[in-house]
Design a binder for this molecule. Structure first.
Ligand code: UD1
Length: 417
């Protein structure tokens, strides 16, 4: 199993290109099932994307990738389609569930493995199934699989999600674009990744509107050759912004859309981080006097749960007691015991973490537990005294393109063994 060895306390400096958004590319790749010829640009070649491409191939689509150009071309010739997402692919990447909506909508049936829980929580899919049933699907669960069918096709309807879910909103949109009539959904997630999916579907002639948390879908997809560029990864960008605040003489983050991280920029500025924000690039500088802050994770436009573990490292360097209330996932503080082994002073009560700072972090041997927790350990290692060994880094490879390369180019001392 691979490990990262990081020697801390190096001052970073240089520029980093931010990759395309993994969480945007995943539903858009699922959406290629609905079309015949799609080119996607600015694709991040991380393991979750490769798993989704494997899933598309299993279903019967063909693809060509150009790693150099960060581009993938997906062809669906609508022959020999296997409307199944097997356990072996969905268990390694929960977003595999996103093929359920498009398969059901286009081919009127699908068999998709239930994803199961993961380190950060139980993560059920009840909201996905609730919405597909509202669109007229018949759903049965048997032997760990979801069997969905809509023999006469899906039909438009109006309903409200009882709670906000990114994946359920995406799956429902991907199904509703093939439903007869109008679909109006209330209490939707409105993350930038959902807007990117909508912009993609508009290129196929679908009439979709977002107003507040309401999404209206009117026209059915017309298959045609299209091309789409994925938005920048706001979570990767947020991670490197925090990295710069912790370590950098000057870190320039390029290929970004700074409008996607307004909340994060506001939070970092409140903490006293020095930033030079432009539309397409942001410069960030190591901050000496970091101020304590209280944050809570919320659906967009709130502070993202996916940056909670990373901002916690900055809080360990802030003067006073900072608090994080995790409102999205019930078990997303798995990084805390590892950080405590490095000397962090953190207490957890229910879904709130109390972080006392500033504190001195020491290198240690630690274990990565999930994607964002892993990268928070990398950030901690970069400011820790001496050497940190991070085990189980396969989580990092699921979502961060060229992490070590990007950091090494800016003077970090990192080795993969
Ligand atoms: C997506 C992101 C993930 C991010 C999360 C929250 C992708 C591939 N992943 O995950 O990085 O952390 O949004 O911003 O885009 N829930 C239910 N029933 C459901 C679905 C969700 O109870 O059917 C709950 C979840 O357990 C969780 C909450 O709703 O507590 C939000 O989850 P959701 O927004 O669905 O997250 P994902 O789409 O899985």
């Amino acid at each position: 199993m691979q490990k990262l060895i990081i020697d801390g306390k190096k001052i970073l400096s240089g520029s980093i290109n931010i990759s395309g958004s993994k969480n945007s590319a995943l539903p858009i790749l699922a959406a290629t099932i609905l079309n015949n010829h799609t080119t996607i640009k600015n694709i991040p070649f991380v393991n979750d994307i490769l798993t989704m491409l494997n899933l598309l191939r299993f279903i019967g689509l063909k693809y060509k990738i150009s790693k150099k150009k960060n581009l993938v071309e997906v062809i669906n010739s609508n022959t020999n389609i296997n409307t199944v997402a097997p356990y072996k692919l969905v268990k390694t990447m929960r977003a595999g569930i996103l093929v359920l909506g498009p398969l059901l909508a286009k081919y009127r049936r699908a068999k998709v493995s239930l994803p199961g829980g993961c380190a950060i929580g139980t993560r059920p899919v009840d909201l996905h199934l609730f919405a597909l049933k509202k669109l007229g699907a018949k759903i049965k669960i048997k032997n760990g699989y979801i069997f969905a069918s809509a023999i006469n096709g899906l039909r438009g309807t109006r309903f409200k999600f009882p709670t906000i879910s990114v994946g359920a909103t995406e799956n429902t949109i991907l199904a509703a674009v093939q439903a007869k009539g109008v679909t109006i959904i209330d209490n939707c997630a409105v993350e930038p990744e959902i807007k990117d999916l909508i912009n993609f579907l508009k290129k196929l002639g679908v009439n979709i509107k977002i107003k507040g948390r309401q999404i209206t879908i009117k026209k059915i997809i017309k298959e045609k050759k299209i091309s789409h560029k994925i938005i920048c990864d706001r979570i990767e960008l947020g991670t490197y912004l925090i990295c710069g605040a912790l370590t950098a003489k000057k870190l320039k983050l390029k290929n970004v859309d700074s409008d996607l991280v307004k909340k994060e920029i506001k939070t970092l500025k409140k903490m006293g981080v020095k930033l030079n924000v432009n539309k397409n690039f942001i410069e960030v500088f190591k901050s000496i006097n970091i101020k304590k802050i209280n944050i809570k994770t919320e659906p967009y436009p709130g502070f993202p749960s996916d940056l909670q573990a990373q901002i916690m490292i900055l809080m360990t360097q802030a003067k006073g007691l900072s608090k994080i209330k995790e409102n999205i996932f019930e078990n997303r503080f798995m990084h805390v015991p590892e950080l405590k082994r490095m000397g962090a002073k953190i207490e957890i009560r229910n879904n709130i973490a109390y972080i006392s700072g500033p504190c001195y972090l020491n290198g240690a041997e630690v274990m990565a537990t999930d994607l964002r927790a892993s990268v928070s350990l990398v950030l901690a290692a970069l400011i820790a005294d001496k050497r940190t060994k991070i085990n189980r880094i396969y989580h990092l490879d699921r979502g961060y393109q060229d992490l070590e390369k990007k950091l090494i180019k800016c003077n970090a001392r990192i080795k993969r063994i």
